[in-house]
Write a protein that binds this ligand. Structure first.
Ligand code: HEC
Length: 144
């Protein structure tokens, strides 16, 4: 009886230490992987919202001019990562690219924004940054 209890708790301890030693984080292990995963999220994820994805408005993965549901045009995301941080008039404060992604998930998708330090946010930022690769940093600049 006593021996059995010791054996059970040993097994339990071993199990716990394996789980603690190898937590699943979901973080990409290469930049390419992060960009690809971010692109996949951009095209398919609705973040438990109204069913829209990023690509519903920022078409062709954000590489061409986009369109709002009412048909009005919005700029591409080709230099988006190069124009932040930027003053946002509506919020009356300077926001980062992460804030903008947060705003679009919460507002446009009516979804639950990924935490700032989550794998999803890292991947989305990696994808958006890949679109601006080679563009000069132009903080506060206009979207193209
Ligand atoms: C319903 C349409 C819509 C959807 C869906 C949408 N956005 Fe946006 N997005 C906008 C609008 C409108 C703007 C520009 C105005 C603003 O909010 O500042 C914008 C701006 C942006 C910008 C800044 C562009 C720039 O150069 O200034 C980024 C980056 C962005 N969105 C990313 C995303 C991501 C990532 C998603 C998906 C999680 C997404 N958006 C989903 C409408 C949308």
């Amino acid at each position: 009886m006593f021996v059995k209890r010791i054996r059970n708790s040993t097994i339990l301890l071993a199990f716990i230490s394996v789980v603690v030693a190898a937590p699943f984080t979901g973080y990409a292990e290469s930049l390419n992987q992060a960009v690809e995963s971010g692109k996949h999220l951009f095209m398919t994820a609705n973040f438990n919202g109204n069913g829209r994805t990023c690509n519903s408005c920022h078409m062709a993965g954000g590489t061409t001019a986009g369109k709002l549901p009412d048909g009005s045009p919005i700029p591409s995301l080709n230099n988006a990562a190069a124009v932040f941080p930027r003053y946002n008039r509506r919020q009356d404060k300077v926001i980062t690219l992460l804030d903008q992604v947060h705003n679009c998930v919460a507002g446009a998708l009516q979804g639950t924004p990924p935490a700032y330090d989550s794998a999803e946010m890292v991947d989305l930022i990696s994808y958006l940054s890949s679109l601006s690769q080679g563009k000069p940093l132009n903080m506060g600049g206009k979207p193209e």
